[in-house]
Design a protein around this ligand. Structure first.
Ligand code: ATP
Ligand code: MG
Length: 355
């Protein structure tokens, strides 16, 4: 019997619709090859939703996502919505989607593809062979802890407050994603914290250490975040999977991304407790090149591979997509953002066709 998956597509703004069209074509080809069946529903989010309904995340969109097996998001935002009040901005739609679906784990791979090694700003010896996965906690920590706000002290001075807090269960569920991700990779997990200074990090370290008993095949190490930032730039090959809190993960995943030097190539996954996930490129809506058929669709295509691997548990189909991406790069196809001087650029649609 053919396995059917319901996929919600959120093309969003800017280059979103262009790169989403390529991703859908790729999914349709993989469906035939793997004997899968995808039912697509397209819904509004971000600026596109604001224009059509007045709000960045209409209730129908959240409902469509909840009823699906996986959500593929392209990108949201653009200059024309930057001056709206915060609750009406496209970015608020994205935060609402993450909160509404309970997406507490953010997975961001940073792998150096041999074909694109010269895009990195670091030396070839340092970055060659880098393949890192950052697992970032997404719904807790200092971004959400209470109390938070700008308060007035007794002396009349203003005081800004945020609170870094994690409960044991919040730590356990992200640690589990970290161990399971490491198990699918090279079985090396590095937990990053600041346990020498922060109590919340001490609890984090204790819980992660305790969980290691359940994963005897995974080699666990711990690192302080300041050292991790340094090591990531100095000797990134020592890392496989990194698991860390919201703030540290925000910073380290961007640093890891820049090792690769190609923003148009990086996918991400955000996962919740039910197994439902949102899969999207790391880059934004690139309004400067929207509608010109110049966008690199490969981050979106690699996000569909993550949907298949981490959302739908179809690793074979995911492998197929990743191999196809490597193959088009081997054949010399490049969009403008990943092109070197001696090459000619292909457009977004052409890249999709050769895939
Ligand atoms: P956001 O605020 O939404 O995270 P941003 O404005 O910081 O996004 P991007 O929208 O990612 O950044 O764009 C940064 C630069 O990278 C722009 O010049 C854009 O054209 C380029 N860029 C981003 N994504 C792609 C892509 N897929 N293909 C080609 N160029 C891209
Ligand atoms: Mg922006």
């Amino acid at each position: 019997m053919t396995q059917t998956y319901r996929i919600t597509l959120l093309p969003g703004d800017g280059i979103g619709p262009e790169i989403m069209a390529v991703a859908v074509e790729v999914l349709e080809v993989v469906a035939k090859q793997e004997g899968l069946n995808f039912e697509f529903t397209t819904a509004l989010i971000g600026g596109a939703a604001i224009e059509a309904t007045g709000e960045p995340l209409p209730a129908e969109t959240l409902d469509a996502c909840r009823q699906s097996d996986g959500v593929l998001l392209a990108a949201i935002g653009g200059y024309q919505w930057d001056n709206l009040p915060r609750h009406l901005r496209p970015e608020t739609g994205l935060l609402g989607l993450r909160a509404g679906l309970g997406l507490f784990a953010n997975l961001r791979p940073a792998a150096i593809l041999p074909q694109l090694i010269d895009a990195s700003t670091l030396k070839r010896e340092v970055v060659e062979g880098v393949d890192i996965m950052v697992v970032r906690e997404l719904t807790g920590g200092v971004y959400f802890g209470e109390p938070k706000g700008i308060f007035t002290t007794e002396t009349g001075e203003k005081r800004g407050v945020n609170t870094m807090a994690y409960t044991e269960s919040e730590i356990d569920r992200i640690a589990k994603v970290g161990f399971e991700t490491a198990q699918k990779r090279t079985k090396k997990l590095c937990s990053v914290d600041k346990a020498n200074v922060l109590e919340v990090s001490q609890l984090w370290r204790d819980r992660v250490t305790a969980m290691a008993n359940d994963y005897p095949d995974v080699e666990l190490t711990h690192m302080y975040v300041d050292n991790a930032a340094m090591q990531l730039v100095r000797a990134p090959k020592q890392f496989d999977t990194i698991v860390t809190s919201n703030l540290f993960g925000d910073i380290l995943s961007d640093a890891a991304a820049m090792l690769t030097g190609s923003i148009g190539m990086l996918p991400s996954a955000s996962l919740g407790a039910t197994g439902l996930g949102v899969f999207e490129p790391v880059h934004g809506s690139a309004p400067d090149i929207a509608g010109q058929d110049k966008a690199n669709p490969l981050a979106q295509v690699l996000s569909t591979a993550m949907l298949l691997r981490y959302g739908l548990h179809q690793p074979h189909a995911a492998d197929r997509i990743e191999s196809a991406v490597l193959k088009v790069l081997d054949l010399g196809y490049r969009t403008g953002d990943i092109m070197s001087a001696d090459m000619t650029a292909v457009g977004c649609r052409e890249m999709g066709r050769v895939l």
